[in-house]
Design a protein around this ligand. Structure first.
Ligand code: IDP
Ligand code: MG
Length: 153
């Protein structure tokens, strides 16, 4: 799907460890277009809505505690195949299994401290970004060097 949009969260552990810049830089470096960015706290209500699919699972309470425990950075990236590109850069859910070179594989060890959230489908991306951003907060812009990032900009 052309011009997919994906929600990325720099989770509390990455914030506490001073890794926000490193996380965002890896996605920016790939050529994904940043169209939304904010530093914020996630409250219980937002956490429950964002992670609704995990309600009832054994780790749900710990997950809500984790995501609400410190400020996070919410970001929206746009691009062709943005969802899979970002998920590949993020690595698999459990950092101990994540490939070296991925964010989780390079910076994490445990599933409950896996540094970053990334939408798992274009549909999830649209649902999730609407929880974190208003339409007015998303910035439509284009880069002067787009043709050096995309063959068909
Ligand atoms: P994802 O973040 O790679 O998409 P999901 O399966 O959607 O992974 O799980 C959402 C989040 O819930 C994970 O990123 C992780 O923080 C947490 N989580 C998932 N599975 C476990 C678990 O088995 N124990 C503790 N936390 C978990
Ligand atoms: Mg997920």
């Amino acid at each position: 799907m052309a011009n997919e949009r994906s929600l990325v969260l720099v989770k509390p552990d990455a914030m506490q460890r001073g890794l926000a810049g490193a996380v965002l830089q890896r996605l920016e470096n790939r050529g994904l277009l940043l169209i939304g960015l904010k530093l914020m706290r996630v409250d219980q209500d937002l956490a429950s809505r964002h992670y609704a699919e995990h309600e009832g699972k054994p780790f749900f309470a710990a997950l809500v505690d984790y995501i609400t425990s410190s400020p996070i950075i919410a970001a929206v990236f746009e691009g062709d195949s943005a969802t899979s590109a970002i998920r590949n850069s993020v690595g698999v859910t459990n950092p101990s299994q994540a490939a070296a070179g991925t964010i989780r594989g390079d910076f994490g060890l445990e599933v409950g401290r896996n540094l970053v959230h990334a939408s798992d489908s274009p549909e999830s991306g649209e649902r999730e970004l609407a929880l974190f951003f208003t339409q007015e907060e998303l910035v439509q812009w284009s880069r002067d060097n787009e043709r050096w990032i995309s063959e068909n900009p």
